[in-house]
Design a protein around this ligand. Structure first.
Ligand SMILES: *Cc1c(COP(=O)(O)O)cnc(C)c1O
Length: 236
């Protein structure tokens, strides 16, 4: 199927899933994950209703940014190293992957120099997988309070990547736990934060994530098809 057809189907599924839920997180925004996809595919997506794109490598985003002459929000969804922060701040509207005080402090310092207030999410490793970035659920409150005190960073919510399960129903409790953490975070009423985004759900599991409260879903394969890991390095 074509990118516009894929988008139509996904938007329908998002609408159905969000109509049937009892959570309090509002409308769902789609982030089209364009890593390893070229500029042409990105333009098609933006011409067909996508407003936010997600990249997970700084270098790739830097090379695409000047080529994409369309209005779009840029979201950083991949791990951010402190030594790349200075490249990330000018580009990204929302950084989904803050997972330490050290990284938050570096973002604060750099954003201050650039006279920007950087919107961020805390990445949570809900299932405690060794292979994934993110902090444990137990540490969310203290990192949130730390970020709340930073002048040039605005905490806007939480993000997670669920484990891969053959049976996707097993992701449901993972998403539910993060939803509860999100509601608790909201209830802290942090004075300097704006807790509104719950980023969870990818191609395989976004319907379940939305049913459990996600309002930001990150979908790549479902829109663009399988990633060709050679396409970008070849300059395509
Ligand atoms: C690649 C990626 C996605 C999108 O994955 P798909 O399965 O292609 O939809 C979402 N979130 C993160 C953090 C990713 O790295």
């Amino acid at each position: 199927m074509s990118i516009p057809e894929n988008l139509t189907q996904i938007v329908q599924k998002i609408n159905i899933a969000s109509a049937n839920r009892s959570t309090h997180t509002g409308n769902v925004k789609l982030v089209a994950v364009t890593k390893n996809h070229g500029i042409d595919a990105m333009r098609v997506a933006l011409d067909n209703g996508v407003t936010a794109i997600g990249e997970n490598r700084i270098q790739e985003a830097i090379s695409k940014y000047p080529l994409l002459n369309r209005n779009a929000e840029w979201h950083l969804i991949g791990h951010l190293q402190t030594n790349k922060v200075r490249h990330a701040i000018p580009l990204f509207d929302l950084i989904h992957s803050v997972d330490s005080e050290r990284l938050a402090a570096e973002i604060n310092k750099t954003a201050g120099k650039l006279e920007k207030r950087q919107d961020v999410l805390i990445q949570v490793n809900v299932a405690g997988e060794d292979t994934k970035y993110g902090i444990p659920l137990n540490n969310v409150r203290s990192l949130a309070q730390y970020i709340n005190d930073l002048e040039h960073v605005r905490l806007c919510g939480l993000m997670t990547i669920a484990p891969y399960y053959e049976d996707i129903e097993l992701t449901r409790p993972v998403f539910r736990e993060l939803y509860y953490a999100f509601m608790e975070l909201k209830d802290l009423n942090l004075s300097n934060s704006d807790i509104r985004w719950l980023s969870m759900g990818m191609t395989n599991d976004y319907v379940i994530a939305i049913e459990e409260g996600a309002n930001l879903v990150r979908i790549g394969t479902g829109i663009f098809g399988k990633r060709d890991y050679n396409a970008i390095t070849k300059g395509g």
